[in-house]
Every structure is written in C-alpha cells, then in structure tokens.
Design a binder for this molecule. Structure first.
Ligand SMILES: Nc1ncnc2c1ncn2[C@@H]1O[C@H](COP(=O)(O)OP(=O)(O)O)[C@@H](O)[C@H]1O
Ligand SMILES: O=C(O)[C@H](O)[C@@H](O)[C@H](O)[C@H](O)COP(=O)(O)O
Length: 185
C-alpha cells in the first residue's frame, strides 16, 4: 500500500480508541476526529438506554465520517479517526462512501483525479475481561458497559486485503503508539 493519508483506530467500546487516537494524532501532527462526536442525538440516546445500534443507525453516521475524511484528504490534510467501525462494510464506507461518487470533470472536460482515502486500520484488540474492567472504571461517558457484549458480537476483525495491524490493549499507551509509528515509517 502507498503511504496512508488516514489512520483508523478501531475496536469495541472501551478498547482505547479515543485515548490512542488523540495521542497518535498529536505525535504525528495530524488532525484528530472522534467518531463519537458525530453520532446524532438519537444514536446517543439509544445507546444510553442500553440498546445497541444497528446498520440503519450507523450507516448515515459513517457516511458523514467518510465526507469528513475525504474533505481533509482532498486538501492534503492527514487525519487520525477513532471509530468503532466494527464491521468490514463500515470500514469500506469510511474509505469509499456508500455510493461510489462519479468522477468529476473540470471546465476543460478533463476528469479530476479522484480523492483516495488511503487508510491504515489499527485494531485495538483485548479480552472481554480487560476491556469491561476499563469501562466499569471509566466515568462520565454515555456508553453503558452492558453494551460491550453486543460490540464483541458485531465485531468483524480486519483481514486481507484490508491494510491493518492489530495491537493488544494490555500493552501500555507508549508501546501502542510506538508500534503504530513504526508501521507508518
Ligand atoms: N493501553 C491502555 N492501558 C490502560 N488503560 C487504557 C489504555 N487505553 C485506554 N485506557 C483507558 O481505558 C478507558 C477506555 O479508553 P477509551 O479511549 O475511552 O476507549 P474507547 O474510545 O475505545 O471507548 C479509559 O479510561 C482509558 O484511559
Ligand atoms: O458503533 C457503535 O456501536 C458505537 O460507535 C459504539 O461502538 C461506540 O463504542 C459508542 O459510540 C461509545 O463510544 P466509546 O467507543 O467511546 O465507548
């Protein structure tokens, strides 16, 4: 794969996406987005009530995130996105959007070079016990720990041809960041 212009830090709730994503972005000097900030109020309320999101809830949210990535990448801005992105189809939407956008033509009729989100996926993996322990200790967050099992049930681990690495969350933060930085070299 060519050098990525975006890193997705993904995993179940409580795997460390926001923490790792923010640190990584600051280390790289790239822009950071937390997908949680883009959930519509209905999604947040649903999760708060202990009801897992479904495809219908997530797809418009992922499309919005794709637009954010695409806009930045088009302007030469590299980005780090912390997002659950639990299924392969969700990660595909982040890269391509939902409906392949037609190639645009400039005034001379020449096709514009399509904007390509070149994504490195960093999957934070860990046991249910470690992650639920962290969720139970985490304060002031809308996501109830009871939803963790549904997150594991939904999770589709990345696999080829996706460009990805997996890092166990039992590592400390500096080890996790060092592994990602090494991969990006
Ligand atoms: N590698 C790590 N080691 C120890 N604690 C961590 C690690 N990564 C995250 N945490 C802690 O675990 C909790 C969940 O992390 P968070 O970034 O909120 O996860 P997510 O965004 O995936 O829900 C937070 O309290 C965070 O400080
Ligand atoms: O796709 C989803 O079901 C949500 O995105 C979910 O995975 C996410 O975990 C929540 O938004 C809570 O946020 P935290 O991941 O920060 O707990």
């Amino acid at each position: 794969m060519e050098a990525p212009n975006a890193v997705l830090v993904m995993g179940v709730s409580g795997s460390g996406k926001s923490t790792v994503g923010a640190l990584l972005a600051s280390e790289l000097g790239w822009k950071f987005y937390d997908a949680d900030d883009y959930h519509p109020e209905e999604n947040r309320m649903k999760m708060q009530k202990g009801i897992p999101l479904n495809d219908e809830d997530r797809i418009p949210w992922l499309c919005k995130l794709h637009d954010v990535l695409r806009r930045d990448v088009a302007s030469g801005q590299h980005v780090v996105l912390a997002c659950s992105a639990l299924k392969k189809v969700y990660r595909d939407i982040l890269i391509q959007g939902k409906d392949d956008a037609p190639l645009k033509c400039d005034d001379s009729g020449k096709e514009e070079k399509p904007v390509e989100v070149k994504l490195l996926v960093v999957h934070l993996t860990g046991s249910f016990d470690i992650i639920s322990g962290r969720l139970l200790r985490r304060k002031d967050h809308f996501m109830p720990p009871e939803l963790l099992q549904s997150q594991f049930d939904t999770l589709e681990t990345p696999s080829a041809p996706e460009s990805f690495i997996q890092i166990n969350v039992d590592k400390n933060l500096s080890e996790i960041i060092a592994t990602i930085m090494e991969t990006l070299k």
